[in-house]
Design a binder for this molecule. Structure first.
Ligand SMILES: *[C@@H]1O[C@H](CO)[C@@H](O)[C@H](O)[C@H]1NC(C)=O
Ligand SMILES: *[C@@H]1O[C@H](CO)[C@@H](O)[C@H](O)[C@H]1NC(C)=O
Ligand SMILES: *[C@@H]1O[C@H](CO)[C@@H](O)[C@H](O)[C@H]1NC(C)=O
Length: 507
């Protein structure tokens, strides 16, 4: 067992190393580093490689062209400064030790190529030159207009009733089913009974991260695994949402984690990412797979540069109107509509929407934070817009996964009446009904960076955990660093299937 896991971890490390080496081409991108990282200076004379963190043996830095990426050893393991990887405590020589020359492995830079439509075929691959073409060459007239309502962050008392008013049970799709949305959940302050209700109602539950930490785009593989797979595990453990229903990911602050985040998506069996924003453009972009180069400018500067075959990107097209009144924004609540009344907000949304509806019918994504719902006129304007869409025969509010299912095998408006994947009658959701009365847990919480203990309240239909769940301890067991998603997987992290099993939880 010890041998298997140690080797698997080394394997993971080597894989990651090669996937991060091309970050050099993004060198000009200056990122906000947190203090710890600023203080660590890569020893230039030693080149690329792993270096002990002077503060703790549980972490190490991976230097790529003089740039330090902070990594944590998986639970129970320590960084060995001689062999330069994480291993069992008894075997680890904690550093930093006097400089020993390290082998610097150079790997060829394998950047994604330009879209080759002859090689890229649905259902596995979708690309075109500027990303604006309708799949399967459907005519816009016969293409359904998809609207993706997405909500980011914690779900709790501040927003839950507002979200329920959007999904009020009266608004229907053309097939008579209730309209649906997608929730990208972050952990802190979330209410897991409410999340379970949303999942049971047929909305899609996806992950943002546990901690919403800043600067995650510059962190290493373990950090992304801890945030994403940890969040998936929390949803399973406290909302009964099965890991194989959690297909999607959105990076906090729309800062994708370069190739590292997409490697995690690939290794742990996610289907799509929705973190990449598209600058304002006259014709909106359809979702595409990451087999090839992304077909538009990367605004964040931290998009993946390698090919990730079959992984879908559901981009955030910029919202704007022709006059640029209100500016342009990926999140609806980032446009400046605060001095608009409800009618004006409605008119603004309509004009923005018509750029899709009267052109290429690209899915109209409406990404929200709680903020939108804190301003009455914005909320009212949204309700006016949603009611107006009910008068149109070809507008569908579906989850991101339902939209992708359609894209892989497009159907015309006429064929959608009995289209099974968008039907609500034939299937029930996997997430069971939540309890009527949840456990209201008051839990102690110590942020790793501070020594002050705090209390967090968490509601769930499950038993209260010992402490507030957090990075490295998604069950709230009280044993920091208990989680280990990497060195236990049978096939190593390269195997999506085993990654999926890991996410499903240990029990
Ligand atoms: C919850 O409440 C509803 C209505 O009051 C009731 O029909 C249902 O049986 C209750 N469910 C549970 C699990 O107690
Ligand atoms: C906790 O933090 C305070 C300041 O934030 C410091 O003065 C104190 O020494 C710390 N205590 C421990 C046990 O680290
Ligand atoms: C979670 O779901 C399983 C079935 O999927 C069910 O047996 C179990 O009772 C559920 N647990 C809670 C606390 O709702």
């Amino acid at each position: 067992m010890g041998l298997c896991c140690g080797l698997n971890f080394i394997f993971a490390l080597l894989k990651r190393e090669s996937s991060q080496l091309e970050i050099r081409v993004l060198r000009e991108v200056q990122s906000q580093q947190n203090k710890e990282e600023k203080e660590f200076k890569c020893p230039i004379e030693q080149g690329n490689g792993n270096f002990a963190d002077p503060v703790t043996c549980r972490r190490f830095y991976q230097c790529v062209d003089g740039f330090p990426y902070l990594n944590r050893c998986p639970s129970g393991l320590y960084f060995d400064d001689i062999q330069k990887y994480c291993t069992f405590k008894a075997e680890a020589k904690c550093g930093p030790l006097a400089a020993t020359p390290t082998a610097t492995t150079e790997s060829p830079i394998d950047l994604a190529r330009k879209c080759d439509q002859s090689e890229c075929q649905l259902p596995y691959c979708y690309c075109n030159k500027d990303g604006t073409l309708i799949p399967k060459g459907l005519d816009p007239e016969e293409t359904p207009q998809i609207i993706l309502l997405t909500f980011d962050g914690a779900v709790n008392l501040n927003n839950y009733e507002h979200y329920r008013k959007v999904f009020n049970g009266k608004r229907k799709n053309p097939n008579g089913c209730d309209i649906k949305g997608t929730f990208f959940i972050s952990h802190e302050y979330s209410n897991y009974q409410q999340i379970q209700t949303l999942a049971n109602d047929g909305h899609e539950i996806a992950v943002e991260t546990i901690s919403l930490q800043m600067g995650l785009q510059d962190k290493g593989y373990e950090e992304w695994v801890g945030e994403m797979i940890g969040m998936r595990s929390i949803l399973k453990h406290f909302s009964n949402v099965s890991a194989n229903e959690v297909n999607g990911m959105r990076a906090p602050f729309l800062k994708p984690g370069r190739n590292t985040q997409y490697k995690v998506i690939e290794d742990f069996g996610f289907i799509y990412d929705s973190s990449i924003s598209v600058p304002p453009s006259p014709i909106p972009v359809w979702p595409y797979t990451l087999d090839y180069k992304i077909p538009h400018e990367c605004k964040s500067g931290t998009c993946p540069t390698k090919s990730f075959p079959g992984i879908w990107e559901v981009p955030l097209n910029a919202h704007f109107v022709e006059s640029y009144e209100g500016g342009h924004c990926p999140y609806m609540d980032q446009c400046v509509l605060h001095n608009h009344d409800a009618e004006e907000v409605f008119a603004w949304l309509q004009e923005d929407f018509e750029r899709y509806y009267y052109q290429n019918k690209a899915p109209y994504m409406m990404p929200f934070h709680t903020n939108w719902f804190q301003i009455k006129e914005l909320e009212k304007g949204l309700h006016k817009f949603l009611d107006w869409t009910q008068t149109m025969p070809d507008i569908w509010f579906v989850t991101v996964t339902q939209a992708l299912t359609w894209i892989t095998d497009p159907k015309t408006n006429k064929q959608l009446g009995g289209y099974e994947p968008w039907n609500c009658k034939s299937k029930t959701t996997q997430t069971p009904k939540p309890c009527n009365i949840s456990n209201k847990c008051a839990l102690s919480f110590k942020e790793p960076t501070s020594n002050i203990s705090d209390t967090r309240y968490m509601e769930t239909c499950f038993d209260c955990p010992a402490v507030y769940p957090w990075l490295g301890d998604s069950h709230g067991s009280g044993i920091p660093g208990r989680d280990n998603y990497i060195d236990q997987s049978e096939g190593g992290p390269g195997s999506a299937a085993s990654g999926r099993d890991q996410g499903e939880d240990e029990e």
